[in-house]
Design a protein around this ligand. Structure first.
Ligand code: IVH
Length: 677
């Protein structure tokens, strides 16, 4: 090789290593070391240099993730060590029996005196894969298949950014067969399905199908566009290093090779700790960024694993403790349309009650008329119902039964089921709406409920049940009427004693002292959420300004576009709304100017901030107020457009997500330092 070529080879090596290090920091540690633009420059430089010297391109170069041409078929690959399955535990007792089996057997062998130590890992809901690294470079990737052999999906697995094409370290092992789960994170799944629907393609049923389907593509450029991730959880064949003597040691070793491990694994001792971890993760399940369907418990000592051995199907030293199913089958008994605060009609399936996701479910939403048409749900259909955590149960899809005669197609009603006003569809909107406005009892009730809700005027005790009674008894027609209620009127209502009535009147009185932002939010103007209401309040300072001449320039307020501006102007132009606003002010609703003072210019001005975890110095609402005063916009969810995440104690998945997205995270005290500057 010439001197010049040698020099280029060295330069390529340095560039590749540097990119691989950045990939590792970004994808595995979730702690990026350089800005995206700088990374792109390095990659471009490498591409250019490789383009000029094609003979120096290596298979594990970061430019070689997506192969050029699709494969014609999937070749068969024999696993060097079989990929076993896991036995399941569905009840606590199954887990206790599992622990007893191991303890008794090892006791017989004289190998155990105390409680067994296990590694607890989330059971990831994706597709199992086996990867083979030879001399540190990714050589093969295969599906589980029948356990002994699977399909060659190397071309697709190479496209997953968190799969290293080369293992880290100076002395990579001669051979490493490594096992893991490819999955589609929840946010990627939602994003992907939205896009699929927009493009008229079929969405995936769940993240598991999405992962498995994405891996079974002949064309790797298709897989490359799917948001896939991987967590590794075990080893097959290996050569060139000493095997750790615990499973936790194996996980740490894999991690040191640059292989991504699920961050939520833990060592637990005794079966009662296993159950504690199971319960803890079940609560955390909804907020995790990836789907899990249970917990895998693995005996930590490799020696004990070997003593326990395996059947041909599954190891005796591990078990999968499954969570209750989140999807079940049931029958649709009827379909109603519910009317919400803004008149939107939501189709709701009334069901034969079914136990799903840990609760009895008899209603499930169909979201909107388009969803109902797309899913074509009819009375009498057998459907899959999904209830995940606190999310409203939904109809996933119908189960086709060709033999049975189906009910009639459900059409959008022409008239509102509550007030019989016309139902219209506005172009570009998913919802069909009742045009009845406050004539419609349903909208009336929901808007009064919104007015009194916690983040609006916060009238404690004035819940939806009470509001329904008040409206049905014609005691309240709109939010302003709340302030005319007397103890006498209230105590005549069902299930209402004098004491409760007095308390409610007291709470109504208390709600009169509020803030301009809360008041605006409480009015329930279409698309004016808390954040928008706060921005408007900070900008205009007074209601007179907003309702007067100045209010015409609403688009000047940060984050307000022409549609929201029009909604606000239409609201205040309506004489009925004007009357209600003045009636509310006459009733004594007030706010001090100081609470809606123009924000100070600070380091956070114009920044989008997310709060997570419990704060020790103030309530969440106070923190929001303070952030608004610093000129920041506070949102609930972390996304690419977030600028900063403030973390209190026990932060959940939001902090994790921020870390993954490379968004700045600061502690509560660091934020207070900024605030008190
Ligand atoms: S260990 C010999 N660990 O569950 C042990 N499997 O039912 C084999 N899975 O095919 C598997 N998360 O796809 C293991 N942390 C985890 C897992 C896990 C998900 C899947 C894997 C396997 C299936 C077995």
């Amino acid at each position: 090789m010439t001197e010049g070529l040698n020099h280029i080879k060295k330069e390529l090596e340095i560039l590749r290593n540097s990119i691989l290090e950045h990939d590792y920091a970004y994808y595995v540690l979730a702690d990026p070391t350089i800005p995206d633009a700088e990374y792109d420059r390095l990659l471009q430089k490498l591409k250019k240099l490789e383009g000029e010297n094609p003979q120096l391109v290596t298979e594990d170069s970061p430019t070689q993730r997506v192969g050029i041409s699709p494969v014609e078929e999937f070749a068969e690959i024999n696993h060097l060590v079989p990929m076993l399955s896991l036995d399941n535990a569905f009840h606590e007792q199954d887990l206790i029996n599992f622990d007893t089996r191991i303890t008794e057997r090892l006791q017989k062998l004289g190998k155990v005196k105390e409680n067994i130590e296990y590694v607890a890992e989330p059971k990831l809901d994706g597709a199992a894969v086996s990867l083979r690294y030879i001399d540190g470079s990714l050589a093969l990737a295969a599906t589980r298949g029948n356990g002994n052999s699977g399909e060659d999906i190397t071309h697709n697995v190479r496209t997953i950014a968190s799969v290293p094409l080369r293992l880290r370290g100076e002395n990579p092992p001669k051979l490493l067969e490594v096992r893991g789960e490819v999955f589609m994170p929840k946010d990627g799944f939602i994003r992907y399905n939205k896009l699929a629907l927009l493009n008229g393609e079929k969405p995936f049923m769940n993240p598991r199908n999405a992962a498995a389907g994405s891996l079974r593509q002949l064309d790797p450029s298709v897989t490359a566009n799917r948001p896939l991730e991987i967590f590794f959880y075990g080893m097959g064949q290996f050569d060139g290093f000493e095997r750790p003597d615990t499973h936790s040691g194996v996980l740490e070793l894999l991690y040191s090779f640059g292989l991504k491990i699920c961050p939520d694994w833990q060592i637990v001792v005794s079966v009662s700790d296993c159950l504690k971890y199971y319960n803890f993760m079940e609560k955390k399940r909804e907020s995790l960024p990836y789907e899990i369907d249970g917990i895998v418990f693995k005996t930590n000592s490799i020696l004990k694993q070997e003593l326990m051995g395996s059947s041909s199907r599954a190891p005796r030293w591990a078990i999968a403790h499954k969570f209750p199913a989140q999807e079940e089958l049931t029958i649709v008994e009827s379909i109603d349309f519910q009317v919400g605060r803004t008149g939107a009609l939501t189709p709701v399936a009334r069901l034969k009650p079914v136990f799903v996701g840990g609760a009895n479910v008899s209603n499930a939403t169909l979201h909107n008329i388009d969803e109902l048409v797309r899913k074509d749900v009819r009375i009498g259909d057998t459907v899959i119902i999904r209830r995940a955590g606190d999310v409203i149960p939904e109809v996933v899809k119908i189960v086709k039964q060709s033999s049975t005669k189906r009910g009639k197609k459900i059409d959008l009603p022409k008239r509102c089921p509550i007030c019989k006003s016309e139902v219209v569809r506005i172009e570009g909107e998913a919802a069909a709406r009742c045009v009845g406005g406050l004539i419609c009892d349903a909208q009336r009730k929901e808007s009064i409920y919104h007015f009194s809700s916690r983040n609006a005027l916060d009238i404690e005790g004035l819940g939806i049940k009470l509001i329904q009674q008040l409206v049905d008894n014609k005691l309240v027609n709109n939010p302003a009427d709340i302030y005319q209620l007397t103890v006498e009127q209230l105590s005549k209502l069902e299930r209402m004693g004098k004491k409760s009535a007095e308390n409610i009147v007291k709470n109504i009185e208390k709600s009169k002292a509020t803030s301009f932002g809360r008041f605006l939010y409480a009015l329930g103007i279409r698309e004016v959420g808390e954040v928008t209401a706060q921005s408007i309040a900070a900008h205009y300072e007074t209601l007179e300004n907003l309702m007067g001449e100045e209010g015409k320039d609403l688009c000047e307020v940060p984050d307000i576009g022409p549609i929201v501006a029009k909604n606000i102007q239409d609201f205040f132009a309506n004489p009925r709304n004007q009357k209600m606003v003045y009636k509310l002010l006459d009733a004594g609703i007030h706010w001090s100017k100081s609470r809606s003072i123009k924000p100070k210019r600070t380091e956070l001005t114009g920044k989008t901030v997310v709060l997570t975890g419990s704060l020790s110095s103030m309530t969440r609402d106070e923190a929001k107020q303070n952030l608004h005063q610093m000129g920041a916009k506070v949102t609930n969810n972390v996304s690419k457009s977030s600028d900063l995440v403030i973390v209190g104690d026990n932060p959940g998945s939001k902090a994790e997500k921020a870390k993954n997205l490379g968004i700045k995270i600061i502690s509560e005290s660091a934020w207070l330092d900024l605030f008190n500057k």
